[in-house]
Write a protein that binds this ligand. Sequence first.
Ligand SMILES: [Zn+2]
Length: 331
Amino acid sequence: MTVQLSSQAAPGVHRIPLPTPFQVGDVNCYLLTGEPLTLVDTGPNSGTALDRLDRALDELGLRIGDLELIVLTHQHMDHEGLLEILARRCSAQVAAFAPLQPWLADYHRSARADDIYAQRVMSRHGLPRELVALIGVLSAGMHAYGSSGAVTRPLREGDRLAMGGRDFAVYERPGHSPSDIVFLHEHSGLMLGGDHLLSSISSNALVSRPLNGPLQAPRPQPLVVYAESLAATGMMPVKLMLTGHGEAILEHRALIDSRLEAQRRRARQILRLISDRPLTAHEIALRMWGDVAITQAYLTLSETLGHIDLLLRDGRVHEFDADGLSRFQAA
Ligand SMILES: [Zn+2]
């Protein structure tokens, strides 16, 4: 029996799903045939992902050594983890959001700093100390799925990038991570979107240390930033969006509208919870998600803070300090 390891997602674009150890399941990498031969995202740093990539390329009559360009849509390890190994096996240029150049130069150091930053956010917003410590240990154990690499083609909004014989425009779309970029081929309406927008799940906007920022950097507002990024993408003439997980998106505007509406709905729910008494973000998360606020503590805390940020932006919530913890109350 032969298993098809890649499929044609658009003319000259092959989708290569690679396994990840994460709840999200497979990550989609894309091979764009033509000049330069381009791989968009690498998959995680694991033997099974590397083996699957090898076999998918083999099926197309290609080898890793043939790759001429590797493009990273963002900094998450399911998208960049094989970079170090691939870069050793080919002489491809590596394109990514410009501020990822120093971040990826020493991935392990960057990931450690990101963890410390996350732990400070968790403590500040009411997670018990033991849980913060446990999450720190679990997160450090996952770092091995990422890797360092040299970004030789730093990208910024407005840049153009040739991939697989086509000319793409580069757009910065932070929110899901601080480093998300998307690529639009205007002529065909093809967008390579990474995890900016996914068809069957809403992309989470994790609270992340500002790229290369100090540990004291103020808390960013990823969901506010993400909502702006989504609105900008909604204005674009996209016909087909190929994404980092799951199926391609055909009706991006309708999907973006439903994602933004879901954000507003959740913000209203949170506002009701803090209408009569102030709560920490963790207390809000416990009321919203129950045990999931423990088992997926950082994710639900990020969700909660994200929606609070939307309310803060609109002047509907106050944040104040009590015994070193941030508490929130309806304005
Ligand atoms: Zn991903």
